[in-house]
Design a protein around this ligand. Sequence first.
Ligand code: HSE
Length: 406
Amino acid sequence: MIEVAVMGYGTVGAGVVQVLTMNSEAIARRVGEQVHVKYVLDLRDFPGTPVEKIVTHDVNDILSDPEVKIVVETMGGLKPAYDFTKKALLAGKNVCTSNKELVAEHGVELMEIARDMSVNYLFEASCGGGIPIIRVINTSLTAEEIEEVTGILNGTTNYILTSMADEGKGFETALKEAQQKGYAELHPEADVEGYDACRKIAILSSLAYGKHISYKNVDTEGITKVDKTDVEYADKLGVRIKLLATSRREKEGIWAIVAPMMIGDENPLTAVSGVMNAVMVKGNAVGTTMYYGSGAGSLPTASAVVGDVIDCCKHLHVNIKSDYSAASLELMPAGDVARPFFVRFAGTEEEAEALFGQLHDVVRLDDVENEFGFLTETMAEKDFKEKAASTDKVIKWFRRGKKEEE
Ligand code: HSE
């Protein structure tokens, strides 16, 4: 029997206990022995629930128990999760987590400790919830030089953008509905400002390119400025506005960005609706591959955590090697990246052309006067921004996913 402790009995932690119980036979078959939850650490008690007898309020019960080989950290946040995780690893225990804040902030250090202690720090559930994307990068695509990772990595924003596009809702209404349905947090900044997606693409890109990418260096824009008129223009152009988290290897280096982008039907991510997530990974041999599923929720996220628990069971005292080094990867400036831009312009076509060159896909909305929209030629972002800043006629702009991003 392998003993497990779960730190944090919230949505994901409770899901982990549920999956381990519900699928205990299949899990035992795959591991070769029973996997049993010995402790649940939480500030609360859970009287009348299946875990009431195994709740502890003292992390030392877990840390000092030599029978506990695997600790699940589903507390979220940095404090006290960082301290508890570090102590668990230093005590020779494997740790599996869904905590993307912690992985993005201290993942390198925690992985190094795990390596030194010949245990594992695994975090499949930190990116894309139930989508097994980290294992794909670490295990399945190891023959590849990875050229690009692009995903819809935040369910809340995808729900909001889908409801704006499909039902004509405004941002605030769509956000309120997402909150009522339990998709968005009461304090949704991390989602709507793109911070959540930023941490996830930083983690995935670090694994994909083999060097640490700090989430602090990833240019990040959220969706709070997307309005109904933008969505109407997108509709008329036959594209969708999606919050893409993307990184890509160019001849000059690797860049990464999180931003609302216009993408067309050619891009399978356009069809990813509601709270669903998807990730595309492009390798130099395999080409483009894509992974789709629930990016959040108790059981899908717990499934990813339990997958890690099972991996730990199979490698209790062996560090599973991944291509993640402490060396920092200096990202190419986002300003050097070239792509077309969609512009809402309050002037004449001649004025727009004089500034941006040839205009493509000029569109006008019946109910919006004194402006029109168009796509520019492909140009470097810094050149585009310089032109846009030289006039007060640019109302707003979006990046248009270029062909290779599609
Ligand atoms: N708030 C996140 C989302 C949850 O909306 O995708 C999963 O990380």
